[in-house]
Design a protein around this ligand. Structure first.
Ligand SMILES: Nc1ncnc2c1ncn2[C@@H]1O[C@H](COP(=O)(O)OP(=O)(O)OP(=O)(O)O)[C@@H](O)[C@H]1O
Length: 302
């Protein structure tokens, strides 16, 4: 469990984060979303004790990071996969971290197996691909078998197979009852991975909501209807109460009618339909509506 209470961080005379309060619960993947510069990394660094709050409190398992006994057994993090000595092999790197954190050495082979690096354990990290470095970073985060895990943009630059692997790993870590907190710019990725979302903008909380609810709450689903004779169909559907927007020479976007209603109306009028497809709102649409509104609100305030 991570608890963030009235957290603010000021650099010079600018606030990077302002009065942020939310909790990250165990047993689910919580996505951390926000535009560039919103304050995600600042918040994650403060959770890990790498930066002190200007005001407010942050606790992991009920305590500030600095008060945790053997912190690696409480929280693990993947912030930047670059910080490993390139001349070391993966096993030596993990042994050094285990020794520094007073963790049992048997964990090294356990985490290597979990991230699929057993075969590569004796190879120099300098020759690792980005995907392998990312796996090593995750192995390091898992060394202390912590209940809380933080991932900052874990899929950046990975190929589809690597992205799927990380997604499945995060879900299985949450299913084991851990707290999994992951920041990302990729809405499609979060739609598939996160059960819950914390959205921030300009250092402030915009939403603390389940992924499903955020998508359901936002407007934006529509029917894509194609026909070789759009003129009469537009009139027909508008008369039936729909909002119709042309999109190209033979395509309409229709809101306010179901697909079967459109098909029946067209059939009765003798209009041929070439396609009727439902487009659900994506998390990306929902997110853009949310962050747009926040920016407008602040503009109006200013
Ligand atoms: N050490 C620092 N000194 C001064 N300003 C900083 C420092 N670290 C962050 N900031 C500022 O704080 C704000 C929040 O930055 P932060 O990196 O936390 O955002 P982010 O949401 O992680 O962004 P991104 O998605 O681009 O990584 C930005 O305006 C940034 O310029």
């Amino acid at each position: 469990m991570i608890e963030i209470e009235n957290f603010s961080k000021r650099y010079g005379d600018r606030y990077a984060v302002r009065d942020l309060t939310f909790g990250v619960r165990p047993g689910r993947v919580t996505g951390f979303l926000g535009p560039n510069g919103a304050g995600k990394s600042t918040t994650m660094r403060a959770v890990l004790g790498l930066d002190l709050p200007t005001t407010g409190r942050i606790r992991i398992d009920g305590r500030p990071y600095a008060a945790l006994d053997r912190p690696l057994t409480h929280v693990g993090a993947l912030l930047d996969a670059g910080g490993v000595h390139p001349g070391r092999d993966a096993r030596r790197h993990l042994r050094a971290v285990a020794a520094a954190g007073k963790l049992p050495e048997r964990r090294v082979d356990e985490v290597l197996a979990r991230v699929g690096l057993t075969e590569a354990a004796g190879r120099r990290v300098g020759g690792f691909s980005l995907g392998m470095r990312q796996r090593l970073g995750i192995a390091t985060a898992l060394l202390g078998d912590p209940g809380v895990l933080l991932f900052d943009e874990p899929v950046n630059g990975l190929d589809p197979e690597g992205i799927r692997w990380i997604r499945d790993l995060m879900k299985s870590l949450a299913a084991e009852g851990r707290t999994v907190f992951v920041s990302s710019h990729l809405m499609s990725e979060m739609e598939n991975t996160a059960d819950h979302l914390i959205v921030i903008g300009r250092g402030r909380l915009i939403a603390d909501v389940s992924t499903r609810e955020l998508i359901a709450r936002s407007a934006g689903g529509f029917l894509k209807v194609r026909t070789d004779d759009p003129g009469p169909l537009i009139t027909l559907l508008a008369d039936a109460g729909a909002r119709v927007t042309p999109d190209g020479p033979d395509t309409l976007h229709v809101v306010g009618l179901e697909g079967d209603q459109v098909a029946r109306l067209a059939h009765r009028a003798g209009i041929l339909l070439l396609e009727v497809a439902h487009h659900a709102t994506s998390l990306e649409d929902a997110y853009l509506q949310l962050t747009d509104a926040a920016v407008e609100y602040r503009g109006a305030q200013a």
